[in-house]
Design a protein around this ligand. Structure first.
Ligand SMILES: [Ca+2]
Ligand SMILES: [Ca+2]
Length: 142
């Protein structure tokens, strides 16, 4: 009986660890490059885990059309654990990262300070401009 209980508690701790490792927080960002979203990527198309128009959180892209600039790229790299961005742009302007076919879920990101540590300190819109498609997915090089 004692043996059975300790096995169960070990299993429970193990499952908790797996859950924590896989937990996606709302607002989490990651990079995409040629079908990979490896956490070791330092450059790629930006994906964010955020509420879609359906209300549930999902992974999607950020539109790089008008307000997206160096401040915004810096904040994304800061959030990923790097010290700002060296460059950024539209996915359609390079063949480096492939095409990320996820929907665009964040538009008009504006960060008033490039030292912010997370995009949630910036303003942004979940109403997506018609100009936002895969070729306008924002990429960053951290
Ligand atoms: Ca826009
Ligand atoms: Ca996309």
């Amino acid at each position: 009986m004692l043996m059975k209980m300790s096995l169960l508690s070990v299993l429970a701790s193990f499952l908790t660890l797996i859950y924590v490792a896989n937990a996606q927080g709302r607002g989490t960002v990651r990079l995409y490059s040629n079908n990979s979203t490896s956490s070791t990527l330092t450059a790629g198309i930006v994906q964010i885990y955020y509420g879609h128009s359906t209300g549930t959180n999902t992974w999607g892209n950020i539109c790089e059309d008008d307000s997206f600039g160096h401040n915004e790229a810096d904040v994304i790299c800061n959030q990923l654990g790097y010290d700002g961005a060296s460059t950024f742009g539209k996915a359609g302007s390079t063949a480096m990262y492939g095409t990320d076919s996820l929907d665009t879920i964040i538009d008009d990101v504006t960060c008033s300070d490039d030292d912010f540590l997370t995009l949630q300190q910036c303003s942004f819109d979940t109403t997506i401009s018609s100009t936002c498609g895969d070729s306008n997915d924002a990429f960053v090089v951290c």
